[in-house]
Design a protein around this ligand. Structure first.
Ligand code: FES
Length: 212
């Protein structure tokens, strides 16, 4: 938990006017407690871009992504509907899918419970060991998903508030993004915090200096 003192220290140097504002305290970039709060208050409550729709054109195609520590599976089902689930088995919480590919059934690598592409539980090996189990109560946990201008967005909280207006405001004019396709993904591994990167990308100041 953060104390009032922590917060006071954190915002020293901050001013609403960017011209008068200095860096936040170093702990805001390094303290795990801040990251926990950022995840709960920002990332798990807002739409997160996950991939281009081209990656999931075919029925049965899937890909797995990680949103701030939550593994999420995206699947195109038999009817062509795109779906998102927590990538976690309802039996003993083993991870289900890895990477990307195509699958008729989602089969858990641990004890082989299987789910269809809409997330319904379809098979339990040796079901006699689970007397009274109701498969309809053990489907994968679905997450809100939308497609906008060829991009797929997920809300990483099954009970989260579905505010599509907020997403559309964020995206603004879609003209540019509709011309984009999926040309692959490049992963760059660096020891950086998300907020350090975001601040650099947002600042007009660096851009002005680069151009001068
Ligand atoms: S954890 Fe998935 S089948 Fe047991």
């Amino acid at each position: 938990m953060l104390s009032a003192n922590d917060l006071t220290e954190l915002i020293q140097g901050y001013d609403r006017d960017p011209a008068k504002s200095y860096s936040l305290g170093a702990q805001s970039y390094t303290d795990e407690r801040f990251l926990t709060i950022e995840r709960e208050c920002i990332f798990y409550r807002s739409w997160q871009w996950v991939c281009h729709v081209e990656k999931l054109r075919e029925p049965g195609s899937y890909c797995v992504t990680d949103v701030q520590g939550r593994s999420i599976a995206l699947v195109r089902d038999t009817t062509g509907t795109l779906r998102a689930f927590y990538n976690v088995c309802k039996h003993r919480a083993h991870e289900l899918l890895k990477g990307e590919g195509k699958a008729k059934l989602i089969v858990c690598p641990y004890h082989a419970w299987s789910y269809d592409r809409a997330g319904a539980l379809k098979g339990i090996p040796d079901q006699r060991n689970f007397p009274g189990i109701k498969p309809e109560e053990y489907g994968l946990i679905p997450l809100p998903l939308v497609e906008r201008h060829g991009m797929i967005w997920v809300l990483p909280d099954p009970g989260g508030e579905i505010d599509l207006d907020a997403l559309d405001r964020l995206l603004g004019d879609p003209t540019e993004s509709t011309r984009l396709g999926d040309n692959g993904r490049r992963t760059v591994e660096e020891k950086l915090t998300w907020n350090g990167v975001a601040l650099q990308m947002q600042r007009r100041y660096e851009e002005i200096l680069r151009q001068s």
